[in-house]
Structure formats: C-alpha cells, structure tokens
Design a protein around this ligand. Structure first.
Ligand code: HTW
Length: 840
C-alpha cells in the first residue's frame, strides 16, 4: 500500500477520529485476549483472576471512550447550559456490572467470557467497591448521575478522589473494628487522569489592597500556600443511549515551588516530606454521616472541592467565551449537595471579582442565579458551622466576602423588618458568641435561587421550622424534590430474576419508564404469576441466606420471614427499637407464647461513626442478643438474628432483592428521606415504618393496606417532648417491662458487666430525643400484623407485587426530571450516534 492508498483507507486524517468498535462476541473475545496479553502483559502462566477482571474492564472502557468523546462534543457544539453537581461524596460502589448493563452488552459479554471459561458474575464480584461516601447522601449523588446520563442531561459530577474511602467494618467480639479502605491499591482502571486540567487552590496568607489598572484600590489574596488539584475522570454511561457523562474527582498534589526557604537551608528531605501536608487533603473520607465534626482538614477538603471545580468551569468558560460573563448564568448551574461544598458561594464571588475583574453587583447577580442548595437533614448536630477564626487563618479572602454578603443581607432583612434585632441576630450568617461561627446553611440559602428538601415532609419542616425566617423572606426559593434510586442498578442489575419475570410479563422498556410497572397490577389476581413471583423471591432469599451464612456464620431458612434493617447506625434510626422487638420475641418464646408463630430471620447491618459511642454500643448489643438467641435451642428454630459486617453498596445489591420486610423505623421528623426504603420497595419488600421522610410518600403510593404503619407522627413527637414519661410507659406495658428486665439483668452480657447500662439509661431517660419507649407498643402490634400476614403466602405475595408495581415514582429518572424542569432547565442533548454502535 502506498501513502495515498493508506490515507484513503483511514477514516479521516485527524488524531482522534476512529472507526466504531465492534460489539459482537468474536470481537469481544479477541479484544479481551489482546488486552490480556498485550496491554496487561500476561501469559498462559498467569493464574490471578485480577488480570481477567482488568482485561474485561479494558474492553468495556475502549467501548465507552468513543461515546464519552461524542457526548462532550455534543455539549460543546450546542454550547448548551450545563449543571455541576458538587458533592463531597459519590458512593458509586462497583462499576463493571453497571457498565455492562448500560452498554447493553450483558448477553454478549456473558457469551464471550464463557468462550474463555469465565463468568461475568465472578469477575464483577472481584471488583472493589468505590466507597467514596458514607450512606444515603453519597449514594443519592451516584444514582443522580446514572439518571442524568440516561436522560441525556449535560450534568457533571464534581467530587474528591479520596485515597481511603469508607472504612471496612470488622466485627470482633461483637464490636466494630475499623480498617482502612485502600481501594486504589491495585489501581482503578475506570479513571482517566487529566493532569492537563490541573487547577491551583490557595490556602492561608492574607488579603492585601493594591492599585489596579484603572487605579482603583482592589483586593488580592497574597502569601498563600498553594495546592494543586488534579482531576481524575470516571465515565458515567447512560442506559443504552450512547451518552457518557463525567464524574470528575480531584486529587491534591504539592506544587513544585513549595517552601523554598527550607530548600535553601539545605533541608531537602524535610522539605520534600512537607509535600505530605498538601497531599493529605484528599487522603481520607470523613466517616461521619449526619453529623458535623468540625475538623480543619474537613474545611480544607470542602474548599478544595469548591475552588477546583469552579475554576474548572470558569476556565472552560473563558476558553470558549473570553472574559464576557454576561451569558454565564444562563449557561451554568451549581447544585450544592448539602452545605459541604457551600464555600462555593464565596469562592465564585472571589473568582469573578479578583480573578476576572467583575464588580460586586455583577458577581452577585451571577452567583445568585447559578447556585442551588439541597438540604439533607434537620438534625441540629449536622448543621455545619465553622469558626470565624478558622476561616480567618485558612481562607481570609473568603471571610472578607462572607462578611460583605452578610452586611448586605442584614441590610435587606432590616429594610423588610425595621428594628427587629432579634430577627437580625437569628438570621445573621455569623452566629455571635465567645467563638463566632459562620453558619454555612444560611450562607448557602442567601446566595441560592433554589433551596430544596429531599422528601415532602422534610421540605415542609424546613420551611416551617429550621429555615422559617428565610422562608418568610424568600418563600419562592423553597421547594421539594423527593429522592429516588436508579432502577438500573437497584432492580435490573441486582434482581435479574425479577427483571426477567417483568420483561416476560410487560415487555422491556420499563427500566427507563418505571411507572410502567403498574401494568403488572392486574396480575396480583393471577395465581400462576404470584407463584412465579414467590419463586423469584425465594431464590433471592437463598442468595441472601448464603451471604449471611458466609459473613455471619448464621443459618437463615429461606422460608422464614426475612426482616431487614440496613443503614448507618444512628440513634434516630432506632436500631434499638428493632432489638427491643427481637428481645420481646425471644421473651415470648421462652415463656412458651408461640401459638401461630411465624418463623423469622432478623438481619441488621450498618456502620457506626468511629467516634459515636452509643452507635457502637448498639452494635455490641445486637451482636450479643444474636449470640444468645442463635445458641438457644428453644429460640433458634423460630428466630434467628444476625449482624452483617461491612454493609456496603454491593451488599445491598444482594440484600434488597432477598428481603420480605423493610424496617424504616426512625423517630418521625428525623429521617429527611431515606433511600434504602425505596430500594426495598422496588424489590417487592413490604415496609414496616413510621410517618417519616419518604416513607409517607411510599405509603401514599402503595396504599395503606400494603404498608405496616406504626408510631407517633412528627407533630405528636414534638408535642410529647415536653411531657415524655418513659417510666410510666414501661410500668403500663408488661412486654416492654420484661424486655427491659432482661436487658438490665445482664442476660445478654453475663461476662461483660454493665456494658449495656448506657443503653438502659437512654431508653428510660425522660429526655430521650428518640422516644424509643413511646413507639414500642405500636411497633410490636405492627410486627404482629406483619407476622400474621406472612403466614398467608398468597396475600403477602399480592402486597409484595403491589409494592414493586407502585414504586415507579421513586426512580431517580423522575427526581432528575423534576430538578431539571424546576431548577436547572437544561436541554436534553443526545451525542452524534452514527459513529457509535451503542444505541437503544
Ligand atoms: C439523610 C437521608 C437522606 C439522604 O441524605 C441524608 N443526609 C445525610 N446523610 C444522609 C439523601 O437525601 O435520604 O435521610 O439522612 O443519608 C447527611 C450527611 C452529612 C450531614 C448531614 C446530612 C451525610 C454525610 C456527611 C454529612
């Protein structure tokens, strides 16, 4: 072939135009071999499954790349508005199975691997979870990205590439032990480093005033210690639509010019070692869910995320639009996932003014037209406040700006309510006192055009309670966006048995139009359909029973009622109430009160924040109670209890499909939404729950006869607080009295005297904020109903079917459409697909 022929046979002569990759089984097999031997350099002597996993990831990655590029080009070409989802957490779990599913390659990859003597499930199972989040808030961000890609919305996730994600939880002698999660040890084949987009983030120093080009006094931030932010991109494929969005995670790196002073003094090793302090920033995820911890390093992380992400967006803007920011707000929106990235408010002001020369008014107009804030909790201990003193040393220029925002804001408040000094101090962005604090939620609200809660009740309580002053001032900012979960991971991938049954019954397509699940409703009256439904659930329970046997050494009988509570361990979530019920069942067995018994297997799992004493003690109680019951020959045929160590995204993929009864038992008014509740519902579990968070909407959707309701309402909880008398409740409830007698007698801690005293105290304390004793009776009654119903297999199955059928509302596709229609207003932009062979 001569040169001319060669050129003609190429598609074009640019560097990046390449022909589409084949998706057939033979091509997959050959590409697998090529990657295994040539890219990874393995030969027939290699026995490690790890390289097979890697080769599989590489053939998927190759196939994602073209779509990824085309997706970027489509967004650029349309010059369309884009959203940046700023979050300190993205709890994505495993990526392999999700990529295979979303690329529509399940069948062909399974076949290709079979040819090579391997199994997809096994390889998928060898992937380490990306545990870059604590719980619901972080997982929500991951589900949002899946739905945005599926809806072809131009949304980029911005987060932190922690070297150590959520700790691995071991249970040793019934107690939680934390182990570091070095998830990057074997590399992360899903990420692409993009050092060419590195940003520089400032810390420390001071503000100085200088004369700018127009001879005006202008502030600038000087004498700073800088840290580099290097982006690592992870592809987020949409569901069979060729869109691949981006999750951009920042890693901290030292600059090269650090501490020249020490170099000159000949302290070369010391000064290289000092690089550490910069690189520390992205070392570890803080393992606290729904509580603030106030550490300086955490504020550094937050600012690092906000600054790097905003600079990334601004430098792209300047690259394509130059220094004209007049259309910036029409083309950008920033969604703040709780207050964690809320430094972004002041940082955007700083960048626009100090780096891009805008005046305050124009910068503020842009900031307030682009920032939107989502609140995820009403718990006062989770509301972030940072000492003004810390801001002054770490982020002095930001503090100037926050003070200015506050001064202008308070002026607005006093124009509206002249002389109302109480209101001024209540609403000030700065909490006065011996240690003045910046109230991050107020900073976020004051600069955002949208403030939303995550379930209907939660959003109402924000407006009526926590943020009522702000609601009075700006009622139109406030709105609700009820959470969801992605049905691709939480139904299609996790529950292949049910997926097949649904496909055969109503035809494919429901995965992206989840309301279609309602089409199975008439079949609740079809006995053979119910039988198939029951068989699927049974098989999933066998899978879960295997997990429990492997991880806990406890044997669950798949015919029993699988009663499951998995979530972070927190007093407001009331795992304690669950244990009290378990002890009550045990007590009934020991008293011979076992007429019409329903065999039950209770599974509890979740991590405690390492510094949360009561949460850790609750884990110990669950473990000890489980040990006593499982070893008791009277009890164990009727009741089994297990604490599952190291609850995680990939554990939930097995747990949700195998669950009959979903425990959602938080004190009403405390759980903002919950999202595990939705995963269980989608997989046909029935909820036992309080009127809290999204439980209320779950019950509205499924109908009250398909939900076991108990407990005080949020209003009743507030009302009772003043007159709560647990002693009287205990005195009037023999069952509860016996349970507490067993607990305080040391029956569950014969060799560990006194360890459960703090738990007894918490339950019997009139100041118990979680009102455990108050809801015990109605909880036990609801559990009785559940147990009785479970013995009627046909009726239970009908209600299980209805739960799945009516779970459509809880797809994040619906949630993202609402964010987009009411907050973001982004266009749907499909990539050019002629070059890409993946399309739906
Ligand atoms: C809510 C949960 C809700 C979920 O967000 C939670 N909020 C935090 N963690 C959560 C998604 O909207 O379904 O009901 O409790 O799971 C959360 C938090 C935090 C501070 C406040 C609230 C999480 C991690 C770190 C700090």
């Amino acid at each position: 072939m001569d040169n001319v022929q060669l050129k003609r046979s190429l598609l074009t002569d640019t560097l990046t135009d390449i022909p589409p990759m084949e998706m057939d089984v033979l091509s997959l097999v050959n590409d697998f071999r090529r990657n295994y031997t040539h890219t990874l350099g393995r030969d027939r002597h290699c026995r490690s499954a790890h390289y097979a996993y890697q080769a599989l990831v590489l053939i998927l990655r190759e196939r994602l790349m073209e779509c990824w590029k085309q997706t970027r080009y489509a967004y650029e070409k349309n010059d369309c508005k884009t959203a940046s989802y700023l979050s300190m957490e993205f709890l994505i779990g495993r990526t392999l199975g999700n990529a295979v599913l979303n690329l529509g390659l399940q069948e062909n990859i399974t076949l290709a691997l079979q040819c090579l003597g391997m199994e997809l499930e096994e390889l998928a199972d060898s992937e380490h979870d990306a545990g870059l989040g604590n719980g619901g808030l972080g997982r929500l961000a991951a589900c949002f990205l899946d739905s945005c890609a599926t809806l072809q919305l131009p949304v980029t996730g911005y987060g932190i590439r922690y070297d150590y994600g959520m700790f691995r939880q071991l249970i040793v002698n019934g107690e939680q032990v934390e182990e570091p999660d070095h998830w990057l040890r074997n590399g992360n084949p899903w990420e692409i480093a993009r050092p060419e987009y590195t940003q520089r983030v400032h810390f420390g120093g001071r503000t100085e005033y200088y004369r700018d080009k127009t001879d005006r006094l202008a502030p600038r931030w000087v004498d700073t210690n800088d840290v580099l932010a290097i982006p690592y991109d992870i592809p987020i494929p949409g569901y069979r639509n060729c869109t691949v969005n981006t999750l951009r995670l920042w890693k901290a790196a030292a600059t090269d010019e650090f501490d020249l002073g020490e170099f000159n003094a000949g302290l070369y090793p010391e000064s290289v070692a000092a690089k550490n302090s910069a690189e520390q920033i992205t070392m570890v995820l803080y393992p606290n869910d729904s509580s603030e911890n106030g550490k300086e390093l955490r504020l550094r992380q937050q600012y690092f995320l906000a600054s790097a992400s905003l600079q990334d967006v601004l430098s792209r803007w300047v690259g394509t639009h130059g220094s004209d920011f007049s259309r910036f707000a029409g083309k950008n929106v920033f969604q703040l996932n709780d207050t964690h990235p809320s430094c972004a408010v002041a940082e955007l002001m700083r960048l626009l003014m100090d780096e891009h020369g805008l005046g305050w008014e124009q910068a503020w107009e842009i900031t307030t037209a682009t920032m939107a804030y989502t609140n995820h909790t009403l718990l006062p201990e989770a509301l972030e406040k940072w000492p003004v003193r810390l801001f002054r040393t770490l982020l002095p220029r930001l503090l100037d700006i926050i003070f200015e925002i506050n001064a202008r804001f308070l002026a607005e408040v006093s124009r509206r309510w002249p002389g109302d000094t109480g209101r001024l101090s209540r609403m000030s962005l700065i909490e006065e006192g011996p240690e003045p604090m910046v109230r991050m939620a107020y900073l976020a609200i004051s600069a955002s055009f949208s403030v939303n809660g995550v379930a209907a009740l939660h959003s109402r309580l924000l407006a009526e309670g926590l943020f009522s002053d702000f609601f009075e001032l700006w009622p139109n900012k406030f709105n609700n966006k009820t959470n969801g979960v992605t049905p691709r991971r939480w139904l299609v991938w996790s529950n292949p048995g049910l997926t097949q049954l649904l496909d055969e019954t109503i035809g494919a397509g429901w995965e992206v139009d989840l309301d279609r699940l309602r089409e199975i409703l008439p079949l609740t009256e079809d006995g053979s359909f119910r039988e198939r439904w029951y068989r699927v659930k049974l098989a999933n329970k066998e899978r879960l029973a295997k997990l429990v046997a492997d991880e806990c050494g406890v044997v669950f009988d798949p015919r029993a009622l699988f009663d499951v509570q998995v979530k972070r361990i927190h007093e407001y979530k009331r795992q304690l109430l669950n244990v009290l019920h378990v002890i009550h069942l045990y007590d009934r067995i020991k008293r011979g009160d076992t007429g019409d018994w329903t065999q039950r297997c209770v599974l509890i799992g979740g991590k405690a924040a390492p510094g949360y004493f009561m949460a850790k003690r609750i884990i110990k109680l669950i473990s000890n109670v489980a040990a006593v019951i499982n070893a008791d020959p009277d009890a164990s045929p009727l009741l089994k209890v297990a604490f599952l160590p190291n609850y995680s995204v990939s554990a939930m993929e097995i747990i949700a499909p195998g669950t009959d009864l979903s425990e959602q038992i938080s004190t009403a008014g405390k759980e903002a939404s919950g999202t595990g509740n939705m995963k269980f519902m989608m997989n046909g579990a029935i909820t036992i729950g309080t009127l809290d968070g999204a439980n209320i909407e779950i019950r509205d959707e499924v109908g009250d006869e398909n939900f076991f309701l108990f407990g005080l309402s949020a209003e009743q909880v507030e009302e009772l607080r003043h007159s709560y008398d647990p002693a009287a409740i205990i005195a009037n409830d023999e069952d509860l009295a016996r349970v507490l007698q067993l607990l305080s007698s040391g029956h569950f801690n014969h060799f560990e005297p006194g360890i459960f005293d703090p738990i007894m105290h918490a339950i019997t304390n009139p100041g118990d904020p979680w009102l455990v004793a108050a809801d015990f009776r109605s909880y036990v009654e609801a559990q009785k109903q559940a147990a009785a119903l479970f013995r009627d297999r046909e009726e239970w199955t009908r209600r299980s079917i209805r739960n799945t059928a009516r779970s459509g509302f809880f797809s994040t596709d619906r949630t993202m459409r609402e964010y987009n229609d009411q907050i973001w207003h982004l266009p749907q932009v499909p990539p050019k697909v002629n070059i890409c062979s993946i399309s739906g």
